[in-house]
Design a protein around this ligand. Sequence first.
Ligand code: ADP
Length: 396
Amino acid sequence: MTDSILVINCGSSSLKFAILSNAGQTLIVEGIAERLGSDDSSISFKFEGQKTEIELKDSSHKQAVTQIKYWLEKHPYIQKNLVGIGHRVVHGGETFTQSALIDQSVIQGIADCSQFAPLHTAAHVTGIEVALQIFPGLPQVAVFDTAFHQTLEPEQYLYPIPMAMYRDHHFRKYGFHGTSYRYISQRLAELDPKSQRQGVLVAHLGNGASTCAINKGKSSDTSMGITPLEGLMMGTRCGSLDPSLTSFISKAEHISCDEALDILNKKSGLLGISELSNDCRTLEEAMVSGDSRAKLALDMFASRTAKYLASVATTLESIDHLVFTGGIGENSSYLRHVICQHLKALNISIHEDKNNNAPRGIASEIHADHSNTKVWIIPTNEELVIALDTISLINH
Ligand code: ADP
């Protein structure tokens, strides 16, 4: 076992972690601390096929990281190989175009991006500060979800609003899921080396969902915006709509603009339309049992995903590859089928048998023989990218 990296993804009420060894290739242990800040928070460790759960007495992020440290102390052969910590950070603004070795100025830079993602940013800064206290000797690296999209041209990232809004406040499209898109671009290059010189469309479809166009290895457009609310319909987010609706909802429901935004972020999307669930698996089961609201929600999701694939494709010279990834993209043959039906005009077409029988957890090609575009399912691996960036920056 060499060069182990602790990867931390710190949210406001949860902290996911994993330790990867051998240049990120071996997952040693993973787990999650949940319900942080509440009375019944706990942390679980999945190690050698066994899951153990420990109650967290003061339910803090610090206690969660302390438990990881205790766990490592009980597994000294793992602890002695730990060489660094990689943190997933949602928003890096325009400051961070790539991953960064953490020092006080990087922590300040992350905190300065908090206007766009206040809850996430506060949690990230807490996670980093706590990890610095508990693992004082270990170098730490921040990996940003926005960084991969810093290659967008101004035509793509500017909103058509007064320029002063960009100049004075940095209001622009940033895009997210960048770590996943970078992984997909690199993995596709292993599977098909020509793809690095071609046009690639990626649909990252999970609870959060977005599309990205990758032109010769660089992000050229993406569907999410200044926050993850723009673009596709998602689990609980509405995606793009007429901004006047925010004002209409707040007036009609006698609520503030922020409360209206809360509805658009947390009560809309698959959940809002189906009035049943934000979870794709639950909705597919309901659809099969004849629930028309579940089917409508899924079909709207598919139609809007196709729309935002076609939209970002306008920045490509050709659409040589389309990749599905994320929990839904990797697993829902129904949604892949409906999305590709909507893309027929672009001569994108899947092979129904290959789509329906795609093996779980490994990359596979699912296009029809006559398709202009190769269609792939590629499982994403953001932890691997974070571990590799951490190794590369601490060895620099
Ligand atoms: P997150 O954005 O939280 O990381 P994930 O990428 O884990 O989300 O994706 C979660 C989504 O994937 C859920 O809607 C879940 O229902 C869906 N999903 C997972 N497995 C399947 C499956 N076998 N069939 C359909 N949907 C699935």
